[in-house]
Design a protein around this ligand. Structure first.
Ligand SMILES: Nc1ncnc2c1ncn2[C@@H]1O[C@H](COP(=O)(O)OP(=O)(O)OP(=O)(O)O)[C@@H](O)[C@H]1O
Ligand SMILES: [Mg+2]
Length: 476
């Protein structure tokens, strides 16, 4: 170990340079400064540094370009990127290009020193170098700058460019599917197929044929050969969502496919090679499932080599204001309210909720509040009412109507619920509209006709329940 670790600081703002230099020197580091990206790159390549700290926006060469080029030349040199608040894309990109870590401005010095110390200590290689020039467009951004989310972005950056299987875990509504899509978008398979299969929503008998396909005559009703999802996703990415819901027999088959990288159609005996990057997601507690022999250990280990765990929303309430604004804007477009406003007390209220349904529940509450407020600023009363309506408004899918109603009335009796009529009507409507549009395979005109409502009503209800395709795809 060298006595005084050397740091290269690449930053054009003299004020920032002065402050950082002083702090770092006081900590015993040698600090060299470059005021431009291009000169910084040359210095970084030609001299020996322990750590490079670079700004994102600089004359000569951008921080990202610098990260890429310097990392290519010196893969073991840790590079820290300083970037402005609210640019998670940049953070993912930077990590992917090889940045060791990033700092969101404004950061405090303790945080910086901690990172620098860590970088010096590790001085280890990051993920493999990756190609540039990718399609970055993502209609749904991942919002949130909390620590917990930052490490999620870092994980995404680290695994995206590799071909490893990633297991994405987290409570319902925490954004597992969103993360799967982000991994895909940042991978070198981005131009190819992305297919998601919800393993929990398909009965076992059909699931195998869905995943692996079947030959004609494989079973009653198999009138023609069917190409399964694995084959369709060849050279692409397959998300096996709700993997915790697989039956043991399907687990065995899946494990074999993952190991052998070939599939066999149901009723067929040919082994067909497939090149599929598998991502898996679940909200289930797999460790308990293992103990109870509901989930195979070998499959678990096969899948969980790389695991990304999404934090529940209640553990990152600092992200709520930003999420609320993001959802207001999106729902505003659906609902037809330009530039919707919200009062600070309303945001405060939202930050204090438990959010068992996590981000999805927040999104629904915001949409609801916006419909209640229309073009007025969203107030605390609006969000309060929206939360009451969103929460537990829907009967669970395996409940009978009688059971649902009894449950609501029991709650009313205990003083836990008010306005049972409104809650019930909305819960039933959510079910009715949701199922109709599902059976109609997204055809709104058809579903409206079946229900005997106008297409405008259909559209409004779908927006209200978060089932409208221009908003977010139906989450189930
Ligand atoms: N960090 C985030 N930023 C913006 N939107 C988010 C974020 N996390 C989740 N969402 C939104 O919340 C909704 C739920 O996300 P998603 O479907 O990815 O959750 P999930 O974890 O897969 O839930 P489930 O376990 O119920 O399937 C989606 O509309 C998604 O766009
Ligand atoms: Mg999901």
């Amino acid at each position: 170990m060298k006595a005084r670790p050397k740091i290269l600081l690449i930053e054009d703002d003299a004020g920032i340079v002065g402050g950082l230099k002083k702090t770092l020197q006081a900590e015993g580091y040698d600090v060299a400064v470059a005021e431009r990206g291009d000169t910084g790159l040359i210095q970084g390549k030609e001299q020996d540094f322990d750590v490079v700290i670079t700004d994102l926006k600089m004359p000569g060469l951008s921080g990202l370009e610098l990260v890429e080029q310097l990392h290519a030349a010196k893969p073991k040199l840790p590079i820290l990127l300083m970037t402005a608040f609210g640019t998670t894309e940049t953070a993912i990109e930077a990590t992917k290009l090889g940045a060791f870590d990033y700092l969101l401005k404004p950061f405090d010095m303790a945080e910086l020193l901690d990172l620098v110390a860590k970088s010096v200590a590790c001085n280890r290689m990051m993920s493999e170098p990756v190609d540039m020039g990718e399609a970055r467009s993502s209609q749904s951004a991942i919002v949130g700058n909390s620590r917990a989310m930052q490490s999620v972005y870092k994980e995404i950056g680290r695994v995206a460019a590799t071909a490893v299987t990633v297991l994405i875990r987290g409570e319902t509504g925490t954004g597992k599917e969103l993360v799967a899509r982000a991994i895909y978008q940042h991978s070198d398979r981005a131009g190819r197929q992305f297919i998601a299969v919800n393993c929990g929503a398909i009965p076992e008998t059909l699931l195998e044929s869905e995943l692996f396909g079947h030959e004609r005559g494989a079973f009653t009703g198999a009138h023609a050969r069917r190409i399964g999802r694995f084959e369709q996703a060849d050279r692409g990415t397959l998300l096996l969502d709700e993997i915790g819901d697989l039956t043991l027999s399907t687990q065995v088959k899946l494990l074999r496919v993952l190991q052998e990288k070939t599939i066999q159609r149901v009723g067929g005996n040919q082994k067909i090679p497939v090149d599929v990057r598998v991502l898996a997601a679940t909200h289930r507690d797999l460790e308990t499932a293992l103990k109870e022999n509901q989930f195979r250990e070998d499959l678990f280990y096969r899948l969980s080599g790389v695991t990304i765990t999404l934090p529940p929303l209640r553990e990152r309430s600092e992200d709520i204001p930003e999420l609320v604004k993001y959802f207001m804007q999106r729902s505003g477009i659906e609902v037809g309210v330009d530039a919707p406003l919200i009062q600070p007390e309303a945001i405060g209220f939202l930050q204090n909720q438990t959010w068992r349904g996590n981000v999805r529940e927040l999104e629904n509450a915001v949409r609801h509040a916006l419909l209640l407020a229309r073009s007025y600023p969203i107030s605390r009363e609006h969000v309060q009412e929206a939360c009451a309506r969103t929460r537990k408004a829907a009967p669970s899918s395996d409940q009978t109507v009688a059971g649902y109603l009894s449950g609501l009335l029991a709650k009313a009796q205990n003083g836990e619920l008010e306005g049972v009529h409104a809650v019930m009507v909305e819960g039933m409507e959510r079910e009715l509209f949701g199922r109709a549009i599902q059976i109609a395979q997204g055809n709104q005109a058809k579903a409206a006709r079946w229900l005997g409502v106008t297409r405008t009503t259909m559209r409004e209800k779908l927006i209200l329940f978060g089932l409208h395709p221009t908003g977010e795809p139906p989450s189930e």
